[in-house]
Design a protein around this ligand. Structure first.
Ligand code: CP
Ligand code: NVA
Length: 308
């Protein structure tokens, strides 16, 4: 049966850890000049309903490094679900290429693509989650701390797609996850339910903490993301007001563990959710995360598109 990568929680924790170890191996091979052409003759179609820098370039480079190729299909080009139904796009692409990576608005669009395609589908962000980002972030934490088990990971800000996937991967790998958001902007009930189940399995905790300083005390990782995600532009003015007290700045970082790292999936809105001082400071892991997108996604692509 073909494999997809729609959510980290679709895989057992052991498989996620195995993929992180594979990412470390592929990263080492890459820097030693030893990329293997395992995707020779294979093409990944990259379908976008939203803009992207990291997702687009890191998937493209991952395919090229491993001897394959990638095709960029812009939002206006194929009009997923508008010009043509998702089921038809999925079946047409299945006849041309060997895999699909899709960035969509409604999560249902990526699950529909996976349902109708006879080739693997990888979720490159939906309004619900961002599993490839979580893989890169877990890889970054793994490299910095050697293990996720027992770490305290605190997310400050919006309970969005990135927060959801980060909660799930943290819970799977045994890290405690703390969420700090304004009233009404927390994680969805659905995301929390999945997270709590995963945390119970690994013996970790999920905490919702109202006070920002309390939330970062003893944090090994402080994570933040934009206050206004793609598609929410009309709410921006309101969100700027609601989130004003949730900025990750030097004062806040100084309340965490002295060795804490600060993470952000990027693009950053400097001066809003994160200050320049923190984004460019000694605790920042921002550009390691960005680079790790490429290494982590190679492991995901090998899992779903490689030969078994
Ligand atoms: N972090 C991330 O997904 O970046 P892009 O939106 O640039 O792909
Ligand atoms: N939460 C952000 C992530 C961007 C990579 C968004 O969905 O716009």
């Amino acid at each position: 049966m073909k494999k997809d990568f729609i959510a980290v929680a679709d895989y057992p924790a052991e498989k996620i850890q195995e993929l992180l170890d594979l990412a470390v191996t592929l990263k080492t091979e890459h820097f030693a000049g030893g990329n293997k052409p395992i995707f020779k003759g294979k093409v990944l179609a990259m379908v976008f309903q939203k803009p992207s820098l990291r997702t687009r370039v890191s998937f493209d480079m991952a395919m090229r490094h491993l001897g394959g190729d990638a095709l960029y299909l812009s939002p206006s080009e194929i009009g997923l679900g508008k010009r043509e139904s998702i089921a038809d796009v999925a079946r047409v692409l299945s006849g041309y290429v060997q895999g699909i990576m899709a960035r969509v608005f409604a999560h249902d669009h990526v699950t529909q693509l996976a349902k109708w395609a006879s080739i693997p589908v990888v979720n490159g962000l939906s309004d619900y989650n961002h599993p490839c980002q979580a893989m890169a972030d877990a890889l970054t934490v793994y490299e910095k701390f050697g293990n996720l088990k027992g770490l305290n990971i605190t997310f400050i800000g919006d309970g969005n797609n990135v927060a959801t996937s980060m909660m799930h991967i943290s819970a799977m790998l045994g890290a405690n996850f703390t969420m700090n958001s304004p009233e009404g902007y927390g994680l969805s009930e659905q995301a929390l339910q999945v997270g709590k189940k995963l945390a119970a399995q690994s013996g970790s905790e999920i905490r919702i903490v109202k006070d920002t300083v309390e939330a970062v005390k003893q944090a090994n990782v402080i994570y933040t993301d934009t206050w206004t995600s793609m598609g929410q532009e009309a709410e921006e003015a309101e969100r700027l007001k609601v989130f004003a007290q949730y900025q990750v700045n030097a004062d806040l970082v100084n309340k965490a563990d002295p060795k804490a790292i600060v993470m952000h999936c990027l693009p950053a809105h400097r001066g809003q959710e994160i200050t320049d001082e923190v984004a460019d400071g000694p605790h920042s892991a921002l550009f390691d995360q960005a680079e790790n997108r490429m290494h982590a996604q190679k492991a995901v692509l090998v899992e779903v598109m490689g030969e078994n």
